[in-house]
Ligand binder design. Structure first.
Ligand SMILES: Nc1ncnc2c1ncn2[C@@H]1O[C@H](COP(=O)(O)OP(=O)(O)O)[C@@H](O)[C@H]1O
Ligand SMILES: [Mg+2]
Length: 232
């Protein structure tokens, strides 16, 4: 690992990032459903676990049970004691992080920020995943309140000195894009009648990065980025 960098868990992506993520910052992973955001987030989480770190993974769309089943099959150590998987999906009854999805997104985001802070009181987590943040945003109408809440989220995470990946399915993610330290975009497209995948970095504060769009695959062992190839 390059000095001062931490691994995303995807070696090809670390190369594109000139050595990995700068720790203690918040990053956004964008992409349409099925592009592989949760898979990338899982690689990031498990790279931390493999490194002896505590990792918090908050799932807002897929129930924790499904996450464990699908990614367990891929060979990820989803039952590791350092891997704290928090189910905050709308249907969950036993652990409700976000009580009422009909509330404003800002309120829910503030609640999420507070809950993460609360978890840090008993244990330090060097990596946090929020997957996907879209789930909270879809209901949001109050743009200004939301902006403040997102700023509060970023500031709190940075104060907690943790590295965070949030994912989003929205094409327009406006305020997040200004406030996060880096943006990774995952794209699905058709080429010669075949479904292809390509990844690009559009922002990385404090570092140079690979500005070429690179192909990636999702296999039964997870995600592989080809930093030496170009997308069609
Ligand atoms: N064993 C596998 N082999 C190939 N592709 C897979 C495998 N498991 C899942 N995938 C692909 O991974 C994608 C799901 O990735 P995921 O990380 O859940 O996407 P997102 O979170 O962006 O919706 C699906 O499109 C699926 O085709
Ligand atoms: Mg997902």
């Amino acid at each position: 690992m390059a000095a001062g960098r931490i691994s995303t868990g995807v070696p090809g992506l670390d190369i594109m990032l000139n050595g990995g993520l700068i720790p203690g910052r918040v990053y956004l992973v964008k992409g349409s459903p099925g592009s592989g955001k949760t898979t990338l987030a899982m690689h990031f989480a498990m790279a931390g676990v493999a490194n002896g770190e505590n990792v918090m993974f908050i799932t807002l769309e897929e129930p924790a049970e499904n996450i464990r089943e699908d990614f367990g099959k891929m060979g990820f150590d989803v039952y590791h004691e350092n891997f704290m998987l928090i189910d905050a999906t709308p249907t969950t009854e036993h652990y409700v992080l976000v009580e009422d999805f009909s509330e404003s997104f800002a309120k829910n985001l503030n609640k999420l920020t507070e809950s993460i802070k609360e978890q840090f009181r008993t244990r330090y987590y060097s990596r946090v995943v929020v997957d996907p943040i879209t789930m909270l945003k879809l209901a949001s109408k109050e743009e200004l309140e939301y902006r403040k809440a997102f700023l509060g989220f970023v500031k709190t995470m940075m104060r907690l000195r943790t590295t965070v990946i949030i994912t989003s399915e929205l094409e327009r993610t406006d305020i997040e894009e200004y406030l996060v330290s880096g943006i990774i975009e995952m794209k699905l497209f058709e080429h010669n009648g075949e479904l292809k995948r390509a990844i690009k970095i559009t922002k990385l504060r404090g570092s140079g990065f690979d500005n070429v769009i690179r192909p990636y695959d999702i296999t039964e062992r997870g995600m592989v980025v080809h930093p030496d190839k170009t997308a069609p």
